[in-house]
Design a protein around this ligand. Sequence first.
Ligand code: IPE
Ligand code: IPE
Ligand code: MG
Length: 253
Amino acid sequence: MPGDFMVESTLYIVPRQGLHVAILMDGNGRWAEARGLPRSAGHRAGVEAVRRVVGGAPALGIDTLTLFAFSANNWQRHPDEVGALFGLLETYFFAQALRAAEHDVRISVIGRRDRLPSALVEAIEAVETATAKHVGLDLRIAVDYSAREAMLRAACWMMSSTEVTQEEFSRRVGQVTHAPDASPDVDLLIRTGGEQRLSDFLLWECAYAELHFTERMWPEFGVEDLENALREFRARDRRFGRAPVSAASAVSH
Ligand code: IPE
Ligand code: IPE
Ligand code: MG
């Protein structure tokens, strides 16, 4: 509306055909410990689950997949475990950079970079550059990520902005987490490993996300589990505050 004090902007919204699924990949450590293995073995098996899910996602109607790999609070873990995780991420990113031509997947990393080892930052930059033009699937990996911190940093930026819209805030959240675009709303959030909490993941983007919690430990998660979650998701009535469809035709309001 002309003259309205709040200027609605669609400038930064990239139209999306598919779903944005976010996964809190939890349970690697418990999966390993239950088998008498070191926690790092659980993380290694977790990378295989990532490969399976990334491979299966586009055929299931997903065009954006955000995976939580390392939270800002995970620095509290033993340095050996942190080192093992970073080593796996570095290997994964370099391998994906080298094999970029084989997959139409754009990989980007969201979170802070200033505390990561330089070799990991190099791997991140290599894979982002090698896959930047790919459009088949937008794969976002959250590393040293905290939703609260991202929102605080975005809010600081907004203080000098004249445009106070949700789209602008999403764009700022993308910017402060090094994402290539505005941070998109999540359609479905999956958490494996049996816990039912958000652990500071995508708090802004999940405002209207459907939530799916499963007991399955991440190393055992497969494409069929993703399919099940999506089947359940598609059966839900996403009302976004509206009355249920059945109530719309009811006589009394
Ligand atoms: C998820 O698995 C991966 C990371 C948090 C890095 P966990 O390592 O948290 O596994 P559990 O929850 O201890 O089993
Ligand atoms: C959340 O898992 C972070 C990742 C999956 C990377 P955590 O295992 O760190 O979460 P909490 O400690 O159970 O909340
Ligand atoms: Mg955990």
